[in-house]
Design a binder for this molecule. Structure first.
Ligand SMILES: *Cc1c(COP(=O)(O)O)cnc(C)c1O
Length: 388
């Protein structure tokens, strides 16, 4: 199929929910993507933080194909090794006690919302069901996770949304204003990705944790985008010394296959019971086998490299003319410039670098394994585009 047929079939037959850039992605290797015309790009998007170990990652492919050659799906009425092994690995890495597997970030967050509500219901009886989320947060596209998302722009057309969410400014005053005797949880992204790579204030986070502990309010951290090495930490809450009660993750976890995980720590270890939750595809053995190969490789050496590469990126980006501000942690970077982000992204694409946007900012989520010369080439093109 030639490029124009792909684009016209897509426009004719796929629901128009995405503002696609005008390239047809064909294949890739490491940090390089090749389109249908044979043009190459440096990938600073990783399919929104998914292909964190690059494209055509040999170890991941071996794990996935190895599992496909055994069995492609096991329903959750039976035991299977990859799911058990991945759950154990995640618990060992984080101190979580139990894991529930779904297929996406939104599903991981749905599980977190259900768990928080049930925890409170079991302990305090019904009615204590409110969850405080933050302004400018993003938690997913299902009705519950849209309801949790603290942005008016997402609260159109689909009413009624789920009740029980209150949106706070990311300050203690903001939290206290939204806190009521019905509050059962606070859900945060430590670094707000979709809304512009906004890193929350460390002191606020520590105070929030204390506030929650004192009131038996569960602290839920959404690590869907920030997780699995992206920020130079296994999970970004570690950088702030937090001890959440629930952590959700997805995107990079599966290395390219759909998977979401909701990790339950001490307090809610036994909250979910038979029949409380489930998923046909959740914990699919192929996705889990791939995820094991990803999680195993996120060690202290890799994390230090990510921190180093992130610092290098940031330092060089902040020197570019017309750059107002560079935010983020590790290889999750937001760039505020004097130009519209979409225009910068389009111009970068034309010159051979794929970047993302996040509200008014340019967002970079390059592969964790990106090489120095690839970073330099990406910086050169970003410089040309932004400083012009
Ligand atoms: C992407 C994202 C989600 C939603 O994940 P899906 O896999 O698209 O459902 C939720 N929370 C955060 C912070 C995200 O970045």
């Amino acid at each position: 199929m030639d490029k124009n047929t792909v684009i016209s079939d897509d426009k004719n037959y796929i629901a128009s929910t995405y503002a696609r850039f005008n390239i047809v992605v064909k294949e890739g290797h490491g940090s390089i993507i090749t389109d249908a015309d044979g043009k190459q790009y440096i990938d600073c998007a990783t399919g929104i933080g998914v292909n964190a170990f690059g494209i055509n990652d040999e170890e991941w492919k071996k794990a996935v194909v190895g599992q496909i050659n055994k069995i492609q799906h096991v329903c959750n009425l039976y035991y299977a090794e990859p799911q058990a092994e991945l759950a154990k690995l995640l618990c060992e890495k984080t101190g979580a006690k139990k894991v529930f597997f779904g297929n996406s970030g939104a599903e991981a967050n749905e599980c977190a919302i259900k768990t928080a509500r049930k925890y409170s219901d079991m302990k305090y009886g019904g009615g204590r069901y409110e969850i405080i989320t933050l302004k400018n947060s993003f938690h997913g596209r299902t009705i519950a996770t849209l309801s949790a998302t603290g942005q008016d722009g997402f609260h159109k057309y689909f009413s009624p949304f789920l009740e029980g969410f209150r949106y706070a400014e990311p300050t203690m005053d903001g939290i206290i204003k939204q806190y009521t005797d019905k509050t059962c949880a606070v859900m945060i992204e430590v670094i707000q990705g979709e809304s512009g790579v906004n890193v929350l204030d460390g002191e606020f986070l520590k105070e929030l944790e204390k506030f929650c502990k004192e009131r038996d309010i569960l602290l839920i951290v959404d690590e869907v985008q920030t997780g699995n090495g992206r920020t130079g930490y296994m999970y970004s809450y570690e950088a702030f010394g937090l001890h959440p009660d629930i952590v959700t993750t997805a995107k990079a976890l599966g290395g390219g296959l759909p998977i979401g995980a909701c990790m339950l720590f001490d307090k809610c270890e036994n909250t979910l019971n038979f029949g409380d939750h489930g998923s046909t595809f959740g914990g699919n053995p192929v996705a889990c086998a791939g995820a094991i190969s990803i999680v195993r490789r996120i060690d202290s050496k890799l994390l230090l490299e990510v921190q180093g590469k992130g610092a290098y990126f940031k330092e060089n980006l902040s020197r570019i003319k017309n750059v107002i501000n560079v935010s983020g942690m590790g290889l999750m970077i937001g760039i505020e410039t004097t130009k519209p982000a979409r225009e910068v992204a389009q111009a970068c694409l034309e010159r051979g670098v794929i970047v993302l946007t996040a509200h008014t900012k340019v967002r970079l989520l390059p592969p964790l394994i990106i090489k120095k010369n690839e970073i330099d080439e990406a910086l050169k093109i970003l410089n040309e585009v932004i400083s012009k």
